[in-house]
Design a protein around this ligand. Sequence first.
Ligand code: AMP
Length: 174
Amino acid sequence: MSAATSLTHLLLGTNMGNRCGYLQFAQEMIQQNIGTICRYSPVYETSPWGYTQQADFLNQALVVQTHCSPEQLLTLLQEIETKAGRQRLMHWGPRTLDIDIIAIENKVICSERLQVPHPALAQRRFVLQPLAEIAPEWQHPLSRLTYRQMLASCRDNTIVKKYDCPLIFDCKRI
Ligand code: AMP
């Protein structure tokens, strides 16, 4: 960890078991191990992308302030996925919990383990919709487009609709 903090945009996804419970678990683990959840989007239910013969996903975006370096952040998020029982059986397959790093301020990272901003973000409505709610004016460091602009021109027709989770994170409790 370093003295400086950065604001990172994360996307949670889950399509197995108690989906709201996994979102709750992720939020609690992030708050305990990674940093402060500054903003969180509504929860969305979305049809699966890529491999479509699987259950619908719940997605939620978070803005998290953290001291972690990008590599540490990825390692800690993967540990949380593993604690949630995530098994990597197939690419784009069903998962209890997936946590993607969508952006870290205006950093551009292209290493073997990590690409930031997430390379597919502009093509995916389930990423853009929640992020356009909580960080509409964030600008992609390469294209200079905001989430709001990318959402307006996104051609992904996947259904993304608000979902009422009974267990919902409340920053004020922590
Ligand atoms: P996934 O199946 O979505 O969990 O993909 C995980 C793999 O993507 C891991 O091997 C990561 O090293 C890699 N990866 C590259 N860029 C990112 C990113 N921005 N966020 C999360 N995982 C990433």
